[in-house]
Design a protein around this ligand. Structure first.
Ligand code: ARG
Length: 575
Protein backbone atom coordinates (compact mmCIF):
# COMPACT_ATOMS: atom_id res chain seq x y z
CA UNK A 1 0.00 0.00 0.00
CA UNK A 2 3.01 2.27 0.46
CA UNK A 3 3.22 2.96 -3.25
CA UNK A 4 -0.48 3.68 -3.49
CA UNK A 5 -0.49 5.90 -0.48
CA UNK A 6 2.32 7.80 -2.14
CA UNK A 7 0.50 7.96 -5.44
CA UNK A 8 -2.77 9.10 -3.89
CA UNK A 9 -0.88 11.69 -1.82
CA UNK A 10 0.57 13.13 -4.99
CA UNK A 11 -2.89 13.35 -6.54
CA UNK A 12 -4.17 15.14 -3.46
CA UNK A 13 -1.21 17.51 -3.44
CA UNK A 14 -1.86 18.47 -7.02
CA UNK A 15 -5.51 19.11 -6.26
CA UNK A 16 -4.68 21.22 -3.17
CA UNK A 17 -2.38 23.32 -5.35
CA UNK A 18 -5.13 23.79 -7.93
CA UNK A 19 -7.38 24.98 -5.14
CA UNK A 20 -4.66 27.38 -3.95
CA UNK A 21 -4.92 26.08 -0.42
CA UNK A 22 -2.56 28.05 1.85
CA UNK A 23 0.03 26.14 3.91
CA UNK A 24 -0.19 23.00 1.81
CA UNK A 25 1.35 20.03 3.62
CA UNK A 26 4.18 18.04 2.05
CA UNK A 27 3.37 14.77 0.23
CA UNK A 28 4.89 12.93 3.15
CA UNK A 29 2.49 14.56 5.59
CA UNK A 30 -0.45 13.90 3.32
CA UNK A 31 0.61 10.26 3.17
CA UNK A 32 0.64 10.09 6.93
CA UNK A 33 -2.85 11.62 7.07
CA UNK A 34 -4.33 8.90 4.85
CA UNK A 35 -6.41 6.40 6.76
CA UNK A 36 -7.72 2.93 6.04
CA UNK A 37 -11.52 3.05 6.09
CA UNK A 38 -12.96 0.50 8.50
CA UNK A 39 -15.04 -1.21 5.83
CA UNK A 40 -14.50 -1.69 2.08
CA UNK A 41 -17.80 0.09 1.28
CA UNK A 42 -16.04 3.30 2.28
CA UNK A 43 -13.24 2.78 -0.18
CA UNK A 44 -9.62 1.73 0.22
CA UNK A 45 -8.05 4.94 1.48
CA UNK A 46 -9.62 7.96 3.12
CA UNK A 47 -8.31 11.50 3.33
CA UNK A 48 -9.64 13.51 6.29
CA UNK A 49 -10.25 17.17 5.40
CA UNK A 50 -11.04 18.61 8.83
CA UNK A 51 -7.77 20.37 9.39
CA UNK A 52 -8.27 22.63 6.34
CA UNK A 53 -11.63 23.82 7.52
CA UNK A 54 -10.30 26.73 9.54
CA UNK A 55 -7.93 28.14 6.92
CA UNK A 56 -10.40 27.74 4.07
CA UNK A 57 -13.46 28.72 6.10
CA UNK A 58 -15.44 25.94 4.54
CA UNK A 59 -16.96 22.77 5.90
CA UNK A 60 -14.77 19.66 5.70
CA UNK A 61 -17.45 18.05 3.51
CA UNK A 62 -17.23 20.93 1.04
CA UNK A 63 -13.42 20.72 1.00
CA UNK A 64 -13.51 16.97 0.35
CA UNK A 65 -15.79 17.57 -2.59
CA UNK A 66 -13.59 20.45 -3.91
CA UNK A 67 -10.46 18.27 -3.74
CA UNK A 68 -12.28 15.53 -5.56
CA UNK A 69 -13.26 17.95 -8.39
CA UNK A 70 -9.66 18.95 -9.04
CA UNK A 71 -8.11 15.53 -8.68
CA UNK A 72 -5.99 14.50 -11.71
CA UNK A 73 -7.01 11.34 -13.58
CA UNK A 74 -5.25 8.17 -12.50
CA UNK A 75 -5.36 4.64 -13.84
CA UNK A 76 -5.17 3.39 -10.27
CA UNK A 77 -8.11 5.26 -8.86
CA UNK A 78 -11.50 4.11 -9.99
CA UNK A 79 -13.54 6.73 -8.20
CA UNK A 80 -13.58 9.05 -5.24
CA UNK A 81 -16.52 9.85 -3.00
CA UNK A 82 -16.71 12.70 -0.51
CA UNK A 83 -18.50 11.64 2.68
CA UNK A 84 -18.70 13.42 6.00
CA UNK A 85 -15.46 15.36 5.77
CA UNK A 86 -13.52 12.50 4.22
CA UNK A 87 -12.53 12.00 0.63
CA UNK A 88 -12.70 8.25 0.03
CA UNK A 89 -10.59 6.67 -2.69
CA UNK A 90 -11.63 3.46 -4.43
CA UNK A 91 -8.67 1.84 -6.10
CA UNK A 92 -9.11 0.30 -9.49
CA UNK A 93 -9.07 -3.45 -8.85
CA UNK A 94 -7.08 -4.68 -11.81
CA UNK A 95 -4.52 -1.87 -11.94
CA UNK A 96 -3.93 -2.10 -8.22
CA UNK A 97 -3.71 -5.88 -8.27
CA UNK A 98 -1.39 -5.98 -11.26
CA UNK A 99 0.98 -3.43 -9.78
CA UNK A 100 1.10 -4.89 -6.27
CA UNK A 101 1.35 -8.48 -7.36
CA UNK A 102 4.30 -7.71 -9.61
CA UNK A 103 5.87 -5.73 -6.81
CA UNK A 104 5.66 -8.70 -4.43
CA UNK A 105 6.74 -11.29 -6.99
CA UNK A 106 9.71 -9.31 -8.23
CA UNK A 107 10.94 -8.46 -4.74
CA UNK A 108 10.32 -11.91 -3.30
CA UNK A 109 11.55 -12.12 0.26
CA UNK A 110 12.74 -8.52 0.03
CA UNK A 111 9.18 -7.33 -0.37
CA UNK A 112 8.46 -4.80 2.37
CA UNK A 113 12.08 -4.36 3.37
CA UNK A 114 13.62 -0.92 3.51
CA UNK A 115 17.07 0.51 3.89
CA UNK A 116 16.18 3.21 6.40
CA UNK A 117 18.56 1.65 8.92
CA UNK A 118 21.60 1.48 6.65
CA UNK A 119 24.67 2.62 8.51
CA UNK A 120 22.98 2.40 11.91
CA UNK A 121 23.65 -0.23 14.53
CA UNK A 122 21.12 -1.44 17.03
CA UNK A 123 22.22 -3.53 20.00
CA UNK A 124 19.52 -5.79 21.41
CA UNK A 125 19.94 -7.26 24.85
CA UNK A 126 17.42 -10.06 25.31
CA UNK A 127 16.76 -13.51 26.67
CA UNK A 128 19.69 -13.29 29.14
CA UNK A 129 18.74 -16.08 31.55
CA UNK A 130 20.42 -16.44 34.90
CA UNK A 131 22.83 -19.32 34.70
CA UNK A 132 22.07 -22.31 36.87
CA UNK A 133 18.53 -21.16 37.40
CA UNK A 134 15.99 -22.90 35.21
CA UNK A 135 15.28 -21.49 31.76
CA UNK A 136 11.54 -21.28 32.03
CA UNK A 137 8.34 -19.82 30.69
CA UNK A 138 9.19 -16.48 32.31
CA UNK A 139 12.04 -16.16 29.79
CA UNK A 140 9.91 -16.91 26.76
CA UNK A 141 8.77 -13.28 26.57
CA UNK A 142 12.19 -11.67 26.49
CA UNK A 143 13.45 -14.33 24.10
CA UNK A 144 10.75 -14.17 21.47
CA UNK A 145 9.83 -10.49 21.82
CA UNK A 146 13.52 -9.56 21.73
CA UNK A 147 14.23 -11.69 18.72
CA UNK A 148 11.20 -10.44 16.88
CA UNK A 149 12.21 -6.82 17.46
CA UNK A 150 15.68 -7.68 16.21
CA UNK A 151 14.24 -9.24 13.05
CA UNK A 152 12.09 -6.17 12.38
CA UNK A 153 15.12 -3.92 12.63
CA UNK A 154 17.06 -6.15 10.27
CA UNK A 155 14.12 -6.03 7.89
CA UNK A 156 14.54 -2.27 7.78
CA UNK A 157 18.25 -2.43 7.12
CA UNK A 158 19.67 -1.85 10.61
CA UNK A 159 22.80 -3.71 11.55
CA UNK A 160 21.77 -5.62 14.64
CA UNK A 161 23.86 -7.08 17.40
CA UNK A 162 21.98 -9.59 19.53
CA UNK A 163 23.52 -9.81 22.97
CA UNK A 164 22.72 -12.45 25.52
CA UNK A 165 23.57 -10.64 28.74
CA UNK A 166 23.81 -13.90 30.63
CA UNK A 167 23.25 -13.69 34.35
CA UNK A 168 26.56 -15.41 34.92
CA UNK A 169 27.69 -13.50 38.00
CA UNK A 170 26.17 -12.96 41.37
CA UNK A 171 25.50 -14.63 44.70
CA UNK A 172 23.67 -17.54 43.08
CA UNK A 173 27.09 -18.91 42.17
CA UNK A 174 28.11 -18.88 45.78
CA UNK A 175 24.97 -20.88 46.54
CA UNK A 176 25.58 -23.32 43.75
CA UNK A 177 29.19 -23.88 44.72
CA UNK A 178 28.18 -24.60 48.31
CA UNK A 179 25.36 -26.91 47.22
CA UNK A 180 27.55 -28.76 44.74
CA UNK A 181 30.27 -29.39 47.30
CA UNK A 182 27.81 -30.45 49.98
CA UNK A 183 25.17 -32.34 48.05
CA UNK A 184 26.42 -32.92 44.51
CA UNK A 185 28.98 -34.88 42.57
CA UNK A 186 30.70 -34.53 39.23
CA UNK A 187 29.26 -37.64 37.65
CA UNK A 188 25.63 -36.64 38.18
CA UNK A 189 26.22 -33.13 36.88
CA UNK A 190 27.86 -34.52 33.74
CA UNK A 191 25.03 -36.98 33.30
CA UNK A 192 22.06 -34.75 34.03
CA UNK A 193 23.40 -31.34 33.07
CA UNK A 194 21.36 -28.30 33.96
CA UNK A 195 18.62 -30.35 35.63
CA UNK A 196 21.10 -31.35 38.31
CA UNK A 197 22.27 -27.73 38.72
CA UNK A 198 18.69 -26.63 39.19
CA UNK A 199 18.08 -29.45 41.67
CA UNK A 200 21.13 -28.33 43.65
CA UNK A 201 20.05 -24.71 43.52
CA UNK A 202 16.57 -25.54 44.80
CA UNK A 203 18.01 -27.87 47.41
CA UNK A 204 20.30 -25.11 48.64
CA UNK A 205 17.27 -22.98 49.48
CA UNK A 206 15.37 -25.65 51.32
CA UNK A 207 18.48 -26.57 53.30
CA UNK A 208 19.26 -22.92 54.02
CA UNK A 209 15.84 -22.57 55.65
CA UNK A 210 16.98 -25.08 58.22
CA UNK A 211 20.57 -23.97 58.45
CA UNK A 212 21.07 -20.20 58.14
CA UNK A 213 24.86 -20.52 58.08
CA UNK A 214 24.63 -21.81 54.51
CA UNK A 215 23.72 -18.33 53.27
CA UNK A 216 26.85 -16.90 54.87
CA UNK A 217 28.91 -19.63 53.38
CA UNK A 218 27.45 -18.89 49.94
CA UNK A 219 28.29 -15.20 50.29
CA UNK A 220 31.83 -16.10 51.21
CA UNK A 221 32.21 -18.45 48.25
CA UNK A 222 30.94 -15.75 45.92
CA UNK A 223 33.35 -13.21 47.39
CA UNK A 224 36.14 -15.75 46.83
CA UNK A 225 35.00 -16.06 43.23
CA UNK A 226 35.08 -12.29 42.79
CA UNK A 227 38.61 -12.33 44.17
CA UNK A 228 39.72 -14.85 41.60
CA UNK A 229 39.86 -18.08 43.61
CA UNK A 230 41.02 -20.70 41.09
CA UNK A 231 38.87 -23.61 42.35
CA UNK A 232 35.71 -21.54 42.41
CA UNK A 233 36.45 -20.04 39.01
CA UNK A 234 36.82 -23.52 37.57
CA UNK A 235 33.47 -24.62 38.94
CA UNK A 236 31.82 -21.39 37.83
CA UNK A 237 33.06 -21.83 34.23
CA UNK A 238 31.87 -25.40 34.22
CA UNK A 239 28.39 -24.45 35.43
CA UNK A 240 28.15 -21.87 32.67
CA UNK A 241 29.25 -24.28 29.97
CA UNK A 242 26.64 -26.79 31.04
CA UNK A 243 23.87 -24.20 31.18
CA UNK A 244 24.82 -22.63 27.88
CA UNK A 245 24.81 -25.96 26.07
CA UNK A 246 21.25 -26.44 27.27
CA UNK A 247 20.08 -22.92 26.36
CA UNK A 248 21.56 -23.28 22.91
CA UNK A 249 19.34 -26.28 22.25
CA UNK A 250 16.29 -24.16 23.01
CA UNK A 251 17.61 -21.29 20.87
CA UNK A 252 18.19 -23.71 18.00
CA UNK A 253 14.57 -24.85 18.23
CA UNK A 254 13.53 -21.23 17.92
CA UNK A 255 16.05 -20.49 15.16
CA UNK A 256 17.77 -17.89 17.32
CA UNK A 257 21.47 -17.13 17.30
CA UNK A 258 23.22 -14.51 19.36
CA UNK A 259 26.12 -12.40 18.19
CA UNK A 260 27.52 -12.15 21.67
CA UNK A 261 27.21 -14.09 24.89
CA UNK A 262 29.06 -11.52 26.96
CA UNK A 263 27.28 -11.97 30.26
CA UNK A 264 27.47 -9.96 33.44
CA UNK A 265 30.84 -11.45 34.39
CA UNK A 266 32.40 -9.95 31.27
CA UNK A 267 32.02 -6.49 32.78
CA UNK A 268 33.52 -7.32 36.12
CA UNK A 269 36.94 -5.87 35.33
CA UNK A 270 35.35 -2.81 33.71
CA UNK A 271 33.66 -1.69 36.89
CA UNK A 272 36.63 0.05 38.58
CA UNK A 273 36.73 2.57 35.70
CA UNK A 274 32.99 3.15 36.14
CA UNK A 275 33.45 3.79 39.85
CA UNK A 276 36.35 6.10 39.07
CA UNK A 277 34.22 8.18 36.72
CA UNK A 278 31.37 8.34 39.23
CA UNK A 279 33.81 9.64 41.82
CA UNK A 280 35.15 12.23 39.38
CA UNK A 281 31.60 13.43 38.74
CA UNK A 282 31.01 13.39 42.45
CA UNK A 283 27.83 11.33 42.26
CA UNK A 284 28.87 8.33 44.35
CA UNK A 285 27.66 8.39 47.95
CA UNK A 286 28.19 5.96 50.79
CA UNK A 287 25.08 4.76 52.51
CA UNK A 288 25.40 2.28 55.33
CA UNK A 289 28.70 1.13 53.83
CA UNK A 290 27.20 0.59 50.37
CA UNK A 291 27.98 2.81 47.37
CA UNK A 292 24.97 4.39 45.74
CA UNK A 293 23.95 7.16 43.36
CA UNK A 294 21.30 9.35 44.90
CA UNK A 295 18.37 9.90 42.52
CA UNK A 296 15.96 11.73 44.80
CA UNK A 297 16.07 14.75 42.47
CA UNK A 298 14.47 12.50 39.89
CA UNK A 299 11.91 10.98 42.23
CA UNK A 300 13.57 7.62 42.21
CA UNK A 301 15.18 5.50 44.91
CA UNK A 302 18.99 5.41 44.83
CA UNK A 303 20.80 3.30 42.26
CA UNK A 304 22.85 0.66 44.08
CA UNK A 305 26.38 0.23 42.76
CA UNK A 306 28.46 -1.67 45.32
CA UNK A 307 27.46 -3.66 48.38
CA UNK A 308 29.07 -2.83 51.70
CA UNK A 309 31.47 -5.77 51.23
CA UNK A 310 32.60 -4.18 47.96
CA UNK A 311 30.94 -6.73 45.67
CA UNK A 312 29.37 -5.32 42.51
CA UNK A 313 25.64 -5.08 41.94
CA UNK A 314 23.39 -5.65 38.95
CA UNK A 315 23.07 -1.92 38.00
CA UNK A 316 26.84 -1.47 38.11
CA UNK A 317 27.27 -4.25 35.59
CA UNK A 318 24.57 -2.77 33.36
CA UNK A 319 26.26 0.63 33.41
CA UNK A 320 29.63 -0.88 32.55
CA UNK A 321 27.98 -2.91 29.77
CA UNK A 322 26.24 0.09 28.24
CA UNK A 323 29.47 2.09 28.11
CA UNK A 324 31.34 -0.86 26.65
CA UNK A 325 28.66 -1.38 23.99
CA UNK A 326 28.61 2.28 23.07
CA UNK A 327 32.37 2.21 22.59
CA UNK A 328 32.40 -1.13 20.79
CA UNK A 329 29.37 -0.83 18.50
CA UNK A 330 28.62 2.89 18.43
CA UNK A 331 24.93 1.99 18.55
CA UNK A 332 22.14 4.32 17.56
CA UNK A 333 19.90 2.39 19.93
CA UNK A 334 20.54 -0.14 22.64
CA UNK A 335 17.38 -2.05 23.43
CA UNK A 336 16.68 -4.06 26.58
CA UNK A 337 13.80 -6.49 26.71
CA UNK A 338 12.79 -7.61 30.20
CA UNK A 339 9.61 -7.99 32.19
CA UNK A 340 7.99 -4.84 33.50
CA UNK A 341 9.20 -5.64 37.02
CA UNK A 342 12.61 -4.29 36.00
CA UNK A 343 11.38 -0.96 34.61
CA UNK A 344 12.57 1.04 37.60
CA UNK A 345 16.01 -0.57 37.46
CA UNK A 346 16.41 0.63 33.87
CA UNK A 347 15.04 4.11 34.51
CA UNK A 348 17.48 4.46 37.38
CA UNK A 349 20.68 3.48 35.68
CA UNK A 350 19.74 5.21 32.41
CA UNK A 351 19.69 8.41 34.46
CA UNK A 352 23.04 7.56 36.06
CA UNK A 353 24.55 7.37 32.55
CA UNK A 354 23.65 11.05 32.07
CA UNK A 355 24.88 11.97 35.54
CA UNK A 356 28.20 10.39 34.61
CA UNK A 357 28.43 12.90 31.76
CA UNK A 358 27.56 10.61 28.84
CA UNK A 359 25.24 11.84 26.13
CA UNK A 360 23.55 8.62 25.05
CA UNK A 361 20.79 8.12 27.60
CA UNK A 362 18.19 8.84 24.91
CA UNK A 363 19.52 5.95 22.85
CA UNK A 364 18.87 3.46 25.62
CA UNK A 365 15.46 1.86 25.29
CA UNK A 366 13.79 -0.43 27.77
CA UNK A 367 11.00 -2.56 26.33
CA UNK A 368 8.98 -4.08 29.13
CA UNK A 369 6.49 -6.90 28.85
CA UNK A 370 3.83 -8.26 31.19
CA UNK A 371 4.46 -10.79 33.92
CA UNK A 372 3.72 -14.45 33.44
CA UNK A 373 1.93 -16.52 36.04
CA UNK A 374 0.85 -20.13 36.07
CA UNK A 375 -2.57 -20.99 37.46
CA UNK A 376 -2.83 -17.45 38.80
CA UNK A 377 0.32 -18.00 40.91
CA UNK A 378 3.62 -16.20 40.60
CA UNK A 379 6.41 -18.23 39.02
CA UNK A 380 8.79 -19.58 41.64
CA UNK A 381 11.76 -21.79 41.02
CA UNK A 382 12.02 -22.69 44.66
CA UNK A 383 8.52 -24.07 44.99
CA UNK A 384 8.54 -25.61 41.57
CA UNK A 385 5.83 -23.36 40.10
CA UNK A 386 7.63 -23.11 36.77
CA UNK A 387 7.37 -24.65 33.35
CA UNK A 388 10.75 -25.23 31.77
CA UNK A 389 10.92 -24.12 28.16
CA UNK A 390 12.44 -27.38 27.01
CA UNK A 391 9.59 -29.33 28.64
CA UNK A 392 7.00 -27.01 27.15
CA UNK A 393 8.47 -27.36 23.68
CA UNK A 394 8.67 -31.11 24.08
CA UNK A 395 5.01 -31.38 25.10
CA UNK A 396 4.04 -29.26 22.11
CA UNK A 397 6.14 -31.22 19.63
CA UNK A 398 4.86 -34.54 21.00
CA UNK A 399 1.29 -33.41 20.59
CA UNK A 400 1.86 -32.24 17.01
CA UNK A 401 3.69 -35.48 16.16
CA UNK A 402 0.71 -37.49 17.44
CA UNK A 403 -1.69 -35.48 15.29
CA UNK A 404 0.55 -35.88 12.27
CA UNK A 405 0.89 -39.64 12.82
CA UNK A 406 -2.84 -39.86 12.77
CA UNK A 407 -3.70 -37.46 9.96
CA UNK A 408 -0.67 -37.49 7.71
CA UNK A 409 1.44 -40.55 8.54
CA UNK A 410 3.47 -40.47 5.30
CA UNK A 411 4.57 -36.88 5.69
CA UNK A 412 8.21 -36.51 4.65
CA UNK A 413 10.48 -34.84 7.26
CA UNK A 414 7.82 -35.41 9.88
CA UNK A 415 10.13 -34.80 12.80
CA UNK A 416 11.26 -31.42 11.51
CA UNK A 417 7.71 -30.42 10.65
CA UNK A 418 6.43 -31.47 14.10
CA UNK A 419 9.16 -29.43 15.72
CA UNK A 420 8.41 -26.35 13.60
CA UNK A 421 4.68 -26.53 14.26
CA UNK A 422 4.93 -27.40 17.96
CA UNK A 423 7.39 -24.64 18.78
CA UNK A 424 5.61 -22.26 16.40
CA UNK A 425 2.33 -22.84 18.23
CA UNK A 426 3.83 -21.70 21.50
CA UNK A 427 5.61 -18.70 20.05
CA UNK A 428 2.55 -17.54 18.16
CA UNK A 429 0.35 -17.99 21.22
CA UNK A 430 2.75 -16.01 23.36
CA UNK A 431 3.01 -13.18 20.85
CA UNK A 432 -0.72 -12.95 20.17
CA UNK A 433 -1.57 -10.40 22.83
CA UNK A 434 -0.10 -6.94 23.41
CA UNK A 435 3.27 -7.40 25.07
CA UNK A 436 2.53 -5.41 28.19
CA UNK A 437 -0.45 -7.52 29.21
CA UNK A 438 0.16 -9.96 32.05
CA UNK A 439 -0.26 -13.56 30.96
CA UNK A 440 -1.64 -16.41 32.97
CA UNK A 441 -0.08 -19.23 31.04
CA UNK A 442 -1.74 -22.58 30.58
CA UNK A 443 -0.32 -25.35 28.44
CA UNK A 444 -3.85 -26.19 27.24
CA UNK A 445 -4.37 -22.68 25.82
CA UNK A 446 -0.94 -22.64 24.20
CA UNK A 447 -1.60 -25.99 22.60
CA UNK A 448 -5.14 -25.42 21.49
CA UNK A 449 -4.89 -25.36 17.74
CA UNK A 450 -8.28 -23.79 17.13
CA UNK A 451 -8.79 -20.33 15.59
CA UNK A 452 -6.08 -17.72 15.75
CA UNK A 453 -3.06 -19.97 16.18
CA UNK A 454 0.38 -20.68 14.79
CA UNK A 455 -0.59 -24.06 13.34
CA UNK A 456 -3.50 -22.43 11.48
CA UNK A 457 -1.10 -19.90 9.95
CA UNK A 458 1.52 -22.52 9.13
CA UNK A 459 -1.13 -24.76 7.64
CA UNK A 460 -2.21 -21.90 5.39
CA UNK A 461 1.37 -21.38 4.27
CA UNK A 462 1.73 -25.10 3.49
CA UNK A 463 -1.50 -24.89 1.52
CA UNK A 464 -0.06 -22.14 -0.71
CA UNK A 465 2.95 -24.40 -1.34
CA UNK A 466 0.85 -27.43 -2.22
CA UNK A 467 -1.36 -25.44 -4.62
CA UNK A 468 1.74 -24.25 -6.47
CA UNK A 469 3.28 -27.69 -6.45
CA UNK A 470 0.13 -29.19 -7.91
CA UNK A 471 0.01 -26.52 -10.59
CA UNK A 472 3.59 -27.39 -11.60
CA UNK A 473 4.43 -25.97 -15.01
CA UNK A 474 1.35 -23.76 -15.11
CA UNK A 475 2.56 -21.98 -11.99
CA UNK A 476 6.05 -21.56 -13.41
CA UNK A 477 4.62 -19.97 -16.54
CA UNK A 478 2.28 -17.73 -14.62
CA UNK A 479 5.28 -15.95 -13.09
CA UNK A 480 5.95 -14.22 -16.36
CA UNK A 481 2.39 -13.68 -17.45
CA UNK A 482 2.01 -10.21 -18.88
CA UNK A 483 -0.95 -8.93 -16.96
CA UNK A 484 -2.83 -9.89 -13.85
CA UNK A 485 -6.52 -9.13 -13.63
CA UNK A 486 -8.98 -8.71 -10.83
CA UNK A 487 -12.15 -10.70 -11.37
CA UNK A 488 -13.46 -11.29 -7.85
CA UNK A 489 -13.75 -9.28 -4.67
CA UNK A 490 -11.85 -11.98 -2.74
CA UNK A 491 -8.83 -11.40 -5.00
CA UNK A 492 -8.98 -7.71 -4.36
CA UNK A 493 -9.28 -8.17 -0.61
CA UNK A 494 -6.33 -10.53 -0.65
CA UNK A 495 -4.00 -8.26 -2.61
CA UNK A 496 -5.05 -5.36 -0.42
CA UNK A 497 -4.18 -7.37 2.64
CA UNK A 498 -0.77 -8.30 1.22
CA UNK A 499 -0.14 -4.68 0.28
CA UNK A 500 -0.45 -3.71 3.96
CA UNK A 501 2.56 -5.77 5.02
CA UNK A 502 5.25 -3.05 4.83
CA UNK A 503 3.05 -0.62 6.77
CA UNK A 504 2.30 -3.24 9.41
CA UNK A 505 5.98 -3.99 9.99
CA UNK A 506 6.57 -0.26 10.24
CA UNK A 507 3.91 0.15 12.92
CA UNK A 508 5.02 -2.99 14.76
CA UNK A 509 8.59 -1.70 14.86
CA UNK A 510 7.58 1.78 15.97
CA UNK A 511 5.52 0.32 18.81
CA UNK A 512 7.97 -2.54 19.50
CA UNK A 513 4.94 -4.74 19.26
CA UNK A 514 5.30 -8.20 17.67
CA UNK A 515 1.61 -8.86 18.30
CA UNK A 516 0.88 -6.56 15.35
CA UNK A 517 2.70 -9.08 13.17
CA UNK A 518 0.83 -12.08 14.61
CA UNK A 519 -2.42 -10.18 14.03
CA UNK A 520 -1.40 -9.47 10.44
CA UNK A 521 -0.52 -13.13 9.91
CA UNK A 522 -3.88 -14.25 11.20
CA UNK A 523 -5.75 -11.74 9.04
CA UNK A 524 -3.74 -12.72 5.98
CA UNK A 525 -4.41 -16.42 6.55
CA UNK A 526 -8.11 -15.72 6.97
CA UNK A 527 -8.37 -13.57 3.83
CA UNK A 528 -6.39 -16.14 1.85
CA UNK A 529 -8.57 -19.03 3.00
CA UNK A 530 -11.69 -17.08 2.05
CA UNK A 531 -10.19 -16.50 -1.40
CA UNK A 532 -9.23 -20.17 -1.69
CA UNK A 533 -12.70 -21.41 -0.76
CA UNK A 534 -14.56 -19.06 -3.06
CA UNK A 535 -12.27 -18.81 -6.06
CA UNK A 536 -11.24 -21.93 -7.91
CA UNK A 537 -7.60 -21.59 -8.92
CA UNK A 538 -6.80 -24.16 -11.59
CA UNK A 539 -10.43 -24.59 -12.56
CA UNK A 540 -10.98 -20.90 -13.25
CA UNK A 541 -11.05 -21.43 -17.04
CA UNK A 542 -9.68 -18.13 -18.24
CA UNK A 543 -5.91 -18.25 -18.49
CA UNK A 544 -5.38 -14.72 -17.13
CA UNK A 545 -7.55 -15.53 -14.15
CA UNK A 546 -5.70 -18.80 -13.49
CA UNK A 547 -2.36 -16.97 -13.70
CA UNK A 548 -3.55 -14.26 -11.38
CA UNK A 549 -4.86 -16.69 -8.79
CA UNK A 550 -1.74 -18.80 -8.87
CA UNK A 551 0.40 -15.75 -8.39
CA UNK A 552 -1.82 -14.42 -5.62
CA UNK A 553 -1.20 -17.76 -3.94
CA UNK A 554 2.53 -17.45 -4.47
CA UNK A 555 2.54 -13.86 -3.17
CA UNK A 556 0.61 -14.93 -0.07
CA UNK A 557 3.27 -17.57 0.58
CA UNK A 558 6.05 -15.00 0.19
CA UNK A 559 4.42 -12.56 2.59
CA UNK A 560 3.46 -15.18 5.17
CA UNK A 561 6.95 -16.64 5.19
CA UNK A 562 8.50 -13.19 5.70
CA UNK A 563 6.03 -12.40 8.45
CA UNK A 564 6.73 -15.75 10.17
CA UNK A 565 10.44 -15.02 10.12
CA UNK A 566 9.75 -11.77 11.97
CA UNK A 567 8.26 -13.65 14.91
CA UNK A 568 10.62 -16.70 15.11
CA UNK A 569 8.16 -19.05 13.45
CA UNK A 570 9.34 -21.50 10.84
CA UNK A 571 7.54 -22.09 7.57
CA UNK A 572 7.49 -25.79 6.70
CA UNK A 573 6.21 -26.44 3.17
CA UNK A 574 4.42 -29.61 4.11
CA UNK A 575 2.70 -30.31 7.39
N1 ARG B 1 19.40 -11.86 33.75
C1 ARG B 1 18.33 -10.96 33.99
C2 ARG B 1 17.12 -11.71 34.52
O1 ARG B 1 16.96 -12.90 34.26
C3 ARG B 1 17.91 -10.19 32.77
C4 ARG B 1 18.99 -9.34 32.16
C5 ARG B 1 18.45 -8.25 31.31
N2 ARG B 1 19.47 -7.45 30.69
C6 ARG B 1 20.17 -6.52 31.32
N3 ARG B 1 21.11 -5.90 30.67
N4 ARG B 1 19.92 -6.17 32.58
O2 ARG B 1 16.29 -11.09 35.16
Amino acid sequence: MQYFKQHVSELILSSLKELSVPEIPETDDIRKMLEYPPSPENGDLAFPCFRFSKILRKSPAQIASDISQKLPESAYVEKTVAVGGYLNFYLSGSAFLDFTLKDILSNGESYGRSDEGTGKTVVLDYSSPNVAKPFHIGHLGTTVIGHSIKKMHEFFGYKCVGVNHLGDWGTQFGKLIVAYRKFGDEKTVIEKGIDELVRLYVLFHSEAEKDRSLEDLARKEFAKLENGDAENLKLWKWFIEISLAEYKKTYAQLGIEFDSYCGESFYYDKIPAVIERMREKNILKTDDGASIVDLSDYDMPPCLILKSDGTTLYPARDIAAAIYRKETYDFSKCIYVTDAGQSLHFRQWFKVITLMGYDFEKQLVHIPYGKVSIGGEKLATRTGNVILLKDLFKTAVDKVRDIMNEKNPDLPNKEQAAEAVGVGAIVFHYLSGGRIKNIDFTVEDALSFEGNTGPYAQYTYARTCSILEKAGKTAAEAVNAGKYVCSASEEFELIKQLSLFPDKVRSALDAYEPSMITRFIFDTATVFNRFYHNCSVLGAGDRDVINTRLMLTKATGIVLKSAFSLICMKAPEKI
